[in-house]
Design a protein around this ligand. Structure first.
Ligand code: HPA
Ligand code: ZN
Length: 323
C-alpha cells in the first residue's frame, strides 16, 4: 500500500481561518490583547463538538477575533503550510472571509497582504504554489458582498477568484447573481459552496445562475440522478470534505459518506480538509481516513489527487508538473 503522504496534492477547499489551531489562537490572543471566551486550549478544544454547520460557524467566527494584523495572517498561513507540506501538499487555492475581519475593524489590505506573504514564503521554502479565493458571507446582506468586491479593487492582482460560504440553508446562490456577474466580468474565477446542507437545487443554481467553475461540497447532488449525470458530463469539480461532513453531521459516519457513489457516477471529485483545525485533520489525514473507513484504493487516491490538479486554477505548465 502506498504511503499517501507521498502523493502530490492540490487542496481546493480550505478556509485559512479554519486552520487556526487552539495553541496559535491563544498565542495571538496574548499578542493582541484579545480575550477569548475560553479559559485555555483544553477548554477551547472541548468546544469542538458540533451539531451542524451553524454551531461550527458560531465558534469559527468567535475564535478568529484573535486575528488582527497582517503578521497574524502570515503566521496563520505558514502554520497551515507547515502542517500540510509533509502530507504532500503542493498547491493550494485557499478561501478567506474578508467580511469577518473588516467587520471587526481589520483592514482588507492587511488580510490579503498577510495571507499573500504567507503564500510567498511557502513558495520560497517548500515550492508550494497557490492563490487566494475571496468568499462572500451568504448570510450577510448582498450589498455587503458588493461593497467587498469593490474594496477588493486595490488588491485585484492578489486574487484568483471569489467564492460563497457561511450558513447555506435559506441563503440560495441566486441572491448573489449580480455580484458574481461583476466578478466574472473582472476575469476572476468563480466557485461557491452549494449542496453541503441544502438540497441539490442549490447546486443547480450555483452552476446556472452564478456560473461557478467548481462546486464546494456538492455532496447533496448524490440525491439527484439528473444532476449527477450533468456534473459527470461537464466534469465539474466537486471539492468534497469528508471529515467536515462527519463533524458537521452531514453524514452520521465516514462509512456512510457518498464519496464512492460520486466517483462511481463519474464526477470529478476532489478531497479537501475544509477547516482542518476544527474537523480533525489536514489534507493527507483526509485521504488516510478514507482508506481506513471506506477502503479507498491506491488507484482511487491517485485519481482524487489528479482530479484536484485538473480542477485547479493553476496554469498548464504547473498542472503538468503536478500530474
Ligand atoms: N461551509 C460553509 N461556510 C464555511 C465552511 C463550510 O464548510 N467553513 C468555513 N465557512
Ligand atoms: Zn468550506
Amino acid at each position: 500500500m502506498r504511503d499517501l503522504d507521498t502523493l502530490p496534492k492540490a487542496e481546493l477547499h480550505l478556509h485559512v481561518e479554519g486552520t487556526l489551531e487552539p495553541e496559535l489562537a491563544f498565542d495571538l490572543a496574548a499578542r493582541n490583547g484579545v480575550e477569548l471566551p475560553f479559559a485555555d486550549v483544553r477548554e477551547l478544544r472541548a468546544a469542538y463538538d458540533f451539531r451542524d454547520l451553524q454551531s461550527f460557524l458560531d465558534l469559527y467566527y468567535a475564535t478568529m477575533a484573535v486575528l488582527r494584523t497582517a503578521r497574524d495572517f502570515t503566521d496563520l498561513t505558514l502554520a497551515y503550510l507547515e502542517r500540510s507540506v509533509p502530507q504532500g501538499l503542493r498547491h493550494v487555492e485557499l478561501f478567506f472571509d474578508p467580511q469577518a475581519h473588516t467587520g471587526r475593524g481589520v483592514a482588507f489590505e492587511d488580510v490579503v497582504d498577510g495571507i499573500g506573504e504567507g503564500l510567498r514564503l511557502g513558495r520560497e521554502r517548500w515550492g508550494v504554489t497557490g492563490g487566494l479565493i475571496m468568499c462572500f458571507l451568504r448570510d450577510q446582506p448582498v450589498e455587503d458582498a458588493a461593497r467587498t468586491l469593490q474594496a477588493a479593487a486595490t488588491r485585484r492582482g492578489s486574487l484568483l477568484g471569489v467564492g460563497l460560504d457561511s450558513a447555506e440553508v435559506g441563503h440560495p446562490p441566486a441572491l448573489f447573481a449580480d455580484v458574481f456577474a461583476a466578478a466574472r466580468a473582472q476575469g476572476l474565477h468563480v466557485v461557491a459552496h452549494a449542496g453541503e446542507e441544502a438540497p441539490p437545487a442549490y447546486v443547480r443554481e450555483a452552476l446556472d445562475v452564478l456560473g461557478v467553475e467548481r462546486v464546494d461540497h456538492g455532496v447533496q447532488a448524490v440525491h439527484d440522478a439528473d444532476l449527477l449525470r450533468r456534473l459527470a458530463a461537464e466534469q465539474v469539480p466537486l471539492t468534497v470534505c469528508p471529515l467536515s461532513n462527519v463533524r458537521l453531521r452531514v453524514v452520521d459516519r465516514l462509512e456512510e459518506h457518498p464519496l464512492h457513489r460520486l466517483l462511481a457516477a463519474g464526477v470529478r471529485v476532489t478531497v479537501n480538509s475544509d477547516d482542518p483545525a476544527y474537523f480533525g485533520g489536514y489534507v493527507g489525514d483526509c485521504y488516510r481516513a478514507l482508506r481506513e473507513a471506506v477502503g479507498l484504493s491506491d488507484a482511487q487516491a491517485a485519481q482524487l489527487a489528479r482530479n484536484a490538479v485538473l480542477g485547479s486554477f493553476a496554469d498548464q505548465a504547473r498542472k503538468a508538473e503536478l500530474l
